[in-house]
Structures are given as structure tokens and as C-alpha cells.
Write a protein that binds this ligand. Sequence first.
Ligand SMILES: O=C(CO)COP(=O)(O)O
Ligand SMILES: O=C[C@H](O)COP(=O)(O)O
Ligand SMILES: [Zn+2]
Ligand SMILES: [Zn+2]
Length: 316
Amino acid sequence: MPLVGTKKMFEMAYKNGYAVGAFNVNNMEITQGIVEAVAEEKAPLILQISRGARSYASMSYLKAIIDTAVAENPDIPIAMHLDHGDTVETCKQCVDDGFTSVMIDASHSPFAENIEITKKVVEYAHAHGVSVEAELGQLGGIEEDVVGVAADDVSKHLTDPDEVVEFVEKTGCDSLAIAIGTSHGAYKFKSEPKLAFEVLEQVHEKLPGFPLVMHGSSSVPQEFKDLINKYGGNMPDAVGVPEDAISKAVKLAICKVNIDTDLRMALTAKIREVFSTKPEEFDPRKYLGPGRAAIKDMVKRKLHVLGCAGKAAECM
Ligand SMILES: O=C(CO)COP(=O)(O)O
Ligand SMILES: O=C[C@H](O)COP(=O)(O)O
Ligand SMILES: [Zn+2]
Ligand SMILES: [Zn+2]
């Protein structure tokens, strides 16, 4: 089957209390690691591409890699999604490039402007059969070149539940990323965070049946931080979003969970280990191969946290 949209995935995820994993891809090994994991676990998949990935790898390479993954896995529904689109133009370009879903992130703009920008993306995307994720509220950490809310201030920039109905009605967006205390990157929190489940519950009540998205959802596993540091890295102490909090959120209306940092950490830890334990090695396949396998293991772990393992067939 060709690339699919996210509509059916979100319907099933909402109804059955799980979320689809949205993993960032930047090259062949990352994509293969992710796709091998979902193929073995029979999970639906959202492969997402940031603007940074587009400029790093180029869209034609990424699209060819993803098209190959789709052709080789006819039993797995795979969507190709733009992560954090910054302008109407970027989103239109991605619709034209064959994305089946785009995100417009105008959450840094005032409410009325966010609505205006999002609405323009929705008009173009829907005319081409493409779904739109929007964002309301602000996350912490760094996303693309935008430095978000400082980690300690995340709780002051949560999504306002009183704004969500007007926003969704006026924009016509298909899903909404909300800020409930998560944060992008590896340096999220100094101590274990408490997610704002009361905000999630209120949004869920105000928008029954509507799929919500959680960004910044890596858990920054201590064991991977330790491995990276053991083999010469320097990742200061910080903690991520606990996996049990994510499992709890997906039972409410969270239908898509974005994970990038934990995959980066798995790849980096493994490459560092090979460099450190086999310093004579210079064949890239000898470190990228184990790195790809580490990504696969990490994705499998996440599919169980999200509850989407075994759900591929119902999302077709
Ligand atoms: O939200 C993300 C991409 O949009 C990724 O979040 P992490 O940095 O927590 O993996
Ligand atoms: O939200 C950010 C994602 O992790 C993508 O990061 P990137 O912009 O460095 O590709
Ligand atoms: Zn944002
Ligand atoms: Zn994000």
C-alpha cells in the first residue's frame, strides 16, 4: 500500500486507548532501524521529517528511502509527516512534495495569528487530501532553531483549555499538539517532572473524539546517558518524561507521541561504544550497523510504552 494519512490511525488510537509513535528520520540507518522495529511489532507508524532533516539529507533522498520502506512493508500503514512546519510556504511545499500530513507550528505567535496561519495551511492541505497538526501552548527545550520556554518555566506556558474549542473550530485542523509540561531535547528537567494531566483531561472533555499530540516525549533513559558518558561523551544530568506518564497519557486523547532524542541517544551510545572498544575500526558499516540495531531496540521499547504494537492491521 502507498503512504497513508493519519486519520484512520488516530481514529483507532483514540478509540482503543493507544498512541502512534512519530519518530524523526534523517538518514537511511535511522529509517531502517525504525521500520524494522514496527515491521516486527506490527505497529502503525508516522515517520516525521523536520526542516533540519530536509536540509541535511534533502527531500529527494528522504522520500526515496521512505518510499522503499513503504514498498517493502505492505502490511504496515506508514504516514510521512512534516514536524514543526514554520510557515505556510514550508507546509505548502511539503504537501507538494508528497507528505500525507503536515504540522504548522505557529504556537509562538499570538492566538489570533496562530489561527490565521493555521487556517491557511488547512485550506491548502485539505484541498490536497493532507491532514494538518497545529499547536497551542508552548513547549520547553529547543525545537529547530527556536529555543522554547526555559525548562523551569514550562508549567507557565501550558495550553489554555479555554482556547482549544475556538482554535479547532476556526482553523479546521485535524489534530492538536498541546503543551502539558513536556519539553524538547535531552536536557528537559532537573528532576522528575509532573505532567499537567488536569490540562489534558480538560482538553479531552472539551474536544471529545479529537486527537491530541504530545511532543518532547523522550524519556532520556539514564542507562543510555551512562553509556554515552562511559564511552567519552559528555551529557550533563537531566531527566526526561517518565515512560509510565506517557502510557497514562495515551489512554486519554493523546494519539500521537513524538520521539527523537531517545533514538539519537541510542545511536550515539552504540557508535561511541564501538569507537571506544574497537579503536582500530574504520568501516562505517561496523558502527552504523550496530547503531541501527540500537535504534530498532529503542523503537520496539517505545511501541510497548505507547501500546501500538500489534495494531497495524486495524489502522489500514
Ligand atoms: O517532539 C519532538 C519532535 O517534534 C521530539 O521530542 P524529544 O526531543 O523529546 O524526542
Ligand atoms: O522537535 C525537534 C525534533 O527533535 C527535530 O529536531 P531537528 O530540528 O534538530 O531535526
Ligand atoms: Zn512549538
Ligand atoms: Zn516537537
